[in-house]
Design a protein around this ligand. Structure first.
Ligand code: 5GP
Ligand code: ZN
Length: 114
């Protein structure tokens, strides 16, 4: 996926403030933060969207979620809670076609979301 923005970040062709990385996942700061903490967690494997997840991705997704919980547990700003968001498709507000989980925190979140 040569042209995919987040694949280019994975391949270090585009700069990002990377806060976590292992063989399968990467986390970096969102370029337009919507909260004091706004980190994007992605699988390194190109998956277009949540709607494109397959059963074979189950272990990878479990790893992605536990990576978030372990990261959040170490961040004092997130002691009072946080939100994890996946936007899927146009109406879901997805703007980058590489599956990503938003970790948002450091302030009280509103509900319902916009
Ligand atoms: P979506 O709207 O698809 O759920 O989220 C895409 C997110 O990626 C947005 O919050 C946007 O600010 C972020 N983003 C877009 N381009 C870049 C980029 O080049 N670098 C980083 N770090 N974040 C980006
Ligand atoms: Zn990609």
């Amino acid at each position: 996926m040569d042209q995919c923005l987040f694949c280019r970040i994975v391949n270090k062709e585009l700069e990002a403030t990377i806060v976590y990385e292992d063989d399968e996942v990467m986390a970096f700061e969102d370029i337009r933060p919507q909260a004091p903490v706004h980190i994007l967690f992605i699988p390194k494997k190109h998956i277009r969207a949540m709607a494109h997840l397959a059963e074979e991705d189950a272990r990878l997704m479990a790893h992605l979620f536990t990576t978030i919980t372990e990261f959040a547990a170490q961040k004092d700003e997130l002691d009072a809670g946080y939100r994890v968001v996946v936007n899927n498709g146009n109406d879901g507000g997805q703007t980058v076609d590489h599956l990503h989980l938003h970790l948002l925190g450091g302030r009280r979140m509103g509900w319902p979301p916009g």
